[in-house]
Design a protein around this ligand. Structure first.
Ligand code: NAI
Length: 253
């Protein structure tokens, strides 16, 4: 087990990728604070013993709540070692159909400001503890690619990539590592929005092997990235997309 006696906070923990990350970290020996906006969705973790897993309702767009989340984990488990800023939202919509507020602010606040708050609260806690911690942000292949109907989402994920670099640089003197993972198409409730649009089969073919990534596969990469085995990976976003960004949609399907 690679994360024995490590304490991790995971946001967006009740979602598809978040749940898989929580389970993987537990399997690697970590203690986990699983946090999400949805208190009812967090009940999926009710059966775990409290010395291994606790839950916390948080809105990552509110810094006071993010700070309180970190402190709750520290009070319960004694320290913070790993911060995983995974909460994210997005809803496909053509740019010119946007409501300038409703289709920009909520996504930006969760995906960009939420990650910023997580970096800040965790970095401050690591400094208080005088310990080397790891911060892992969930980005997306869309951070570096243009795509239709996801304008605000892509912009917010590009910000995640830049925040990952800048935070890694500023926190390096404290021995803190910051990196990100960029999934392509992962079969979760977020992605299922494309099913309703009749695009499910189309987006499957955007991955080289034309199969959706499973949340557990992203969790495997995350567990590696936050472990000491990934000690030399810092300030970058690691692609976990089955080649999504390395080819154009195949002519021959
Ligand atoms: P999901 O929709 O299954 O889970 C997202 C979770 O975030 C939900 O449980 C939701 O309640 C929570 N959340 C939303 N707003 C929040 C807030 N203000 N405060 C705290 N929690 C909040 O989505 P999924 O697919 O598991 O996404 C996880 C991360 O992976 C996101 O950052 C997403 O952008 C990213 N991602 C997902 C991909 C996919 O294909 N599913 C591809 C690339 C990146």
């Amino acid at each position: 087990m690679r994360l024995t006696n490590k304490t991790a906070v995971v946001t967006g923990a009740a979602g598809g990728i978040g749940q898989a990350i929580v389970k993987k970290l537990l399997a690697e020996g970590a203690q986990v604070l699983a946090a999400d906006l949805s208190a009812s969705a967090l009940t999926v973790f009710n059966d775990y013993p409290k010395d291994k897993l606790i839950t916390f309702s948080v809105d990552v767009t509110d810094y006071q709540q993010v700070e309180a989340m970190v402190q709750h984990g520290v009070t319960h488990f004694g320290q913070l070692d790993i911060m995983i800023n995974n909460a994210g939202i997005g809803a496909p919509k053509p740019l010119l159909d946007h409501d300038p507020i409703a289709d920009f602010e909520p996504v930006t606040r969760v995906n960009q400001q939420g990650v910023y708050y997580g970096i800040l609260a965790a970095g401050r806690q690591f400094r208080r503890q005088e310990s080397k911690g790891v911060i892992l942000n969930t980005s997306s292949v869309y951070a570096q690619l243009a795509s239709e109907m996801t304008f605000t989402y892509n912009v917010s994920k590009a910000a995640v990539d830049m925040m990952t670099k800048c935070a890694a640089l500023e926190l390096a003197p404290l021995g803190i590592r910051v990196c990100a993972v960029a999934p392509g198409r992962v079969d979760t409730p977020m992605l299922r929005q494309y099913e309703a649009l009749g695009l499910w089969d189309h987006i499957r073919k955007e991955q080289m092997r034309q199969t959706f990534t499973q949340p557990s596969e992203i969790a495997d990469i995350v567990a590696f990235l936050v472990s000491d085995e990934a000690n030399c990976i810092n300030g970058c976003t690691v692609s976990a997309s089955d080649g999504f960004e390395h080819f154009k949609y195949p002519l021959l399907g």
